[in-house]
Design a protein around this ligand. Sequence first.
Ligand code: ZN
Length: 329
Amino acid sequence: MKKIQEEVVIGIDLGGSAIRLSTVTKRGRIINPRRIGIAGRRYKDHILTSIIYNVLDIKSLENTRRNKVVAVGIGSPGIIDFSKGTIISSPNFPDWKDVPLRSLLERSLDLPVTLENDANAAAFGEKWKGAGRGVNSLICMTMGTGIGGGIILNGNIWHGAHGMGGEVGHMTVNPEGPLCNCGNNGCLEAYSSATGMVRSAVESINGGKRTILIKLSGGDNNKITAKMIHEAALQGDSVSINILTEAGKYLGIAIASLMHILNPEMIVLTGAVTGAWDFFMPAAKKEVEKRAYKAMVEKTKIVPGMLIDSAGIVGAAGLAMKQLGLLKL
Ligand SMILES: [Zn+2]
């Protein structure tokens, strides 16, 4: 018996070090994910060619499985003009200025393309198939190299008036704080991202603090990573435990503000940094309890993401399905 043709979508997560793509079914299942490394080759033409080649390849493969690719959803870092489908600028791709990604891809692929910011796509992924299932308002914070955010209100992504909403990582949590990548001082990202934690570690070492991070990094401060700080904390290193506690404290300050402003049902925390949950979360919760209205603290769930590193792909695909009317959320 021949399989009935199923409509599927290709979800793409465009990251700074890799393009990740996968077929995604209408139920949100991921099939045959691919990862194409782009480190050192982040220029526009190379990335576009890689995306086009792989999407067309997946499309013909799915055809042989009697699946019909009906759209492409892509999550990209950077500032996006959603009405035009243009990437205005992106921190990961310095040579990208006003790139009409959606029309370029639609022309080459002969498929409708939905373009979304990567953090927003991850938020939608968690809402559709992850920790936020059945939840109508949530804030998803992606804690990795930086801190991205996606806000979902009444089931829809809140883009803001100019497409720049949800930048939770650049909330000021300490006006006198350290310099952030954005040029401001004391952003949440400057404390609670992987980059922020590494900066704190280097400061501690330069200040003469005793820590096993020196040994773990072979005495080279450039080799310190957030993962290393977590490992050191697991071994009882007090400097590393303090860094993670401080990251948690500032995260809690930010969460309390977000709760006061938007009163969401749920805060979802995702990204590599959440691996150190047990070290930063008690401090974050303590700070939220101290600052937010008691009724809010009791009612708002703060949970880890469930889709790990596939939230962006699933979310981008889900948004493309929603656009086509294949997904009612
Ligand atoms: Zn900032």
